[in-house]
Design a protein around this ligand. Sequence first.
Ligand SMILES: Cc1cc2nc3c(=O)[nH]c(=O)nc-3n(C[C@H](O)[C@H](O)[C@H](O)COP(=O)(O)O)c2cc1C
Length: 176
Amino acid sequence: MTNSILDVMRKRRSIRKYEEKEVPRELIDKILTAAFFSPSASNRRPWHFVLVTEKDTIEKLSRARDGSSRFASGAPLVIVVCADSEIAGRWIEDSSISAIMIQLMVTELRLGSCWIHIRDSVHSEDQTAEEYAREVLGIPSTIRVLCMVATGYPAQDKSPHEDSEFMSERVHWEAF
Ligand SMILES: Cc1cc2nc3c(=O)[nH]c(=O)nc-3n(C[C@H](O)[C@H](O)[C@H](O)COP(=O)(O)O)c2cc1C
């Protein structure tokens, strides 16, 4: 592939519609390889990734939140991005970085993805989205859940990001 990293970044869009076609194991392995290349605070590498391809489980996960997670029911693959908060105080940053590494690799592989936020989100009146995801997937309580990355072959076209998105007024040289 001849994409420069900037091309990949331009092309990364939130894709919420997917073809009914599974993501081959070989591509999943590449995506995970990218995730494990992520930097992490003090090199603690606290990540855990739960790969979900079973339709019933994906359907349950898509109910983690209100409308903002429902589209995941059409995804052939959901990557649940978690981290061990007992070994890494900066687990939020560490797992956020791994989620974007995943999304960029997904784009490079001509797949589409969308981040679905879980941490600090509500499932129902008496359960957080994180507790719900933990229950559905059997995730231990010491492992925190940041987000899910719904992934699949794109069934929607989105235009790449453009240079006009550069916010020069937000760039402060030397002092704010
Ligand atoms: C921290 C974070 C949380 C997000 N949560 C959701 C979500 O729960 N559901 C969703 O459909 N998109 C979610 N998104 C995707 C954003 O809506 C999307 O990135 C934004 O609209 C910009 O569009 P683009 O990704 O196509 O550039 C989230 C993105 C980030 C970075």
